[in-house]
Ligand binder design. Structure first.
Ligand code: SAM
Ligand code: GLN
Length: 294
């Protein structure tokens, strides 16, 4: 990139798109636009109506810094510090997984099974909350709901707390640092939701550089077959559910049927539901607590 040239928005977007594409970045144009709108602190649409506007020196310097990070495969969300999820803006840092669009299937599944709107007055738990994406979206869309969240990472909890304040749901959520269900042993919930780590150790090497070299491994890896957290959740969660309560979890590819088989071998669950994502992959498993009458 020549220093003395005048770089307009249109010209630098084109240059960056080509540079990213050569560096093997998928979605090169979109990434260039998201990063430039971040630097300019404007919506993406602004870029399109200001193609001829030249960048100021400081803007150019900040954008160059973003480009350098992105060609090292730093995910865009870690560069901007934000990710949209369920139409809401979440702060993310390297201590938190970047919320995935697939996880919206889990939120929607929970929304459809909890009482609607203001009638939803109970308390839920979100296990492995990360940025808080799942639970804070549910709180935002269900104004009388309360939640307890757990994460093993103190840094992730600090980010989730900031998100709760920003989304104005902080008065309805409690944060616990600890191991899975251990901090909530004495509680009862109308539902437990979780997107735990589920990637088998052996699959990590094959992940995209964006994920494996930048996102926290403690948010992703779950033993030899990826099922370690589900084994514990399926064994321990039903006791913490109220009558007619459910456990809803996101799962990785080919894991839904394994969870279904596990649950069918246990007396505490009945009626397993499996929900597919937009790509047709079985993505969410909902297990209902078996009724006390048996
Ligand atoms: N819920 C967020 C989302 O969907 O974007 C984050 C999900 S991420 C796949 C899994 C989260 O579980 C991470 O934030 C990680 O720190 C947390 N975690 C890992 N091991 C845990 C454990 N033993 N107990 C509680 N949380 C754990
Ligand atoms: N869906 C994430 C990925 O493919 C994994 C999230 C998880 O382990 N829960 O990178």
């Amino acid at each position: 990139m020549a220093e003395k040239e005048i770089w307009t928005i249109g010209k630098i977007l084109k240059w960056t798109e080509q540079y990213f594409a050569k560096a093997g970045i998928d979605g090169a144009r979109l990434d260039a636009e998201v990063l430039l709108s971040h630097v300019l602190n404007k919506e993406r649409i602004f870029l399109y109506v200001h193609f001829d506007q030249p960048l100021e020196e400081q803007e150019l310097a900040s954008f160059k810094d973003c480009i350098k990070q992105r060609v090292k495969h730093t995910p865009v969300a870690y560069i901007t510090g934000h990710k949209e999820f369920m139409g809401l803006d979440f702060k993310v840092t390297r201590a938190t997984l970047i919320p995935r669009p697939d996880t919206e299937i889990l939120v929607e599944a929970a929304l459809r099974r909890l009482p609607a709107g203001e009638a939803c007055k109970g308390i839920i738990a979100d296990i492995g909350t990360g940025s808080g994406a799942i639970c804070l979206s549910l709180l935002k869309y269900l104004p009388n709901l309360q939640a307890v969240t757990v994460d093993i990472s103190e840094e992730a909890i600090a980010v989730a707390k900031e998100n709760a304040v920003k989304l104005e749901v902080d008065s309805r959520v409690e944060f616990c640092q600890g191991d899975l269900l251990e901090p909530v042993q004495d509680r009862k919930f109308m539902a437990i939701v979780s997107n735990p780590p589920y990637i088998p150790e052996g699959d990590i090497a094959g992940l995209d550089s964006d994920v494996k070299d930048h996102e926290p491994m403690s948010a992703l890896v779950a033993g030899a077959d990826g099922l370690d957290f589900y084994r514990r959740l399926l064994t321990e969660a039903s006791e913490l559910l109220e009558e007619k309560g459910f456990l809803a979890v996101e799962v990785g590819i080919h894991q839904a049927q394994q969870l279904k088989a596990m649950a069918e071998n246990m007396t505490q669950w009945e009626n397993t539901e499996i929900i597919k994502d937009l790509a047709g992959i079985e993505r969410v498993v909902v297990l209902w607590k078996a009724s006390a009458e048996g």
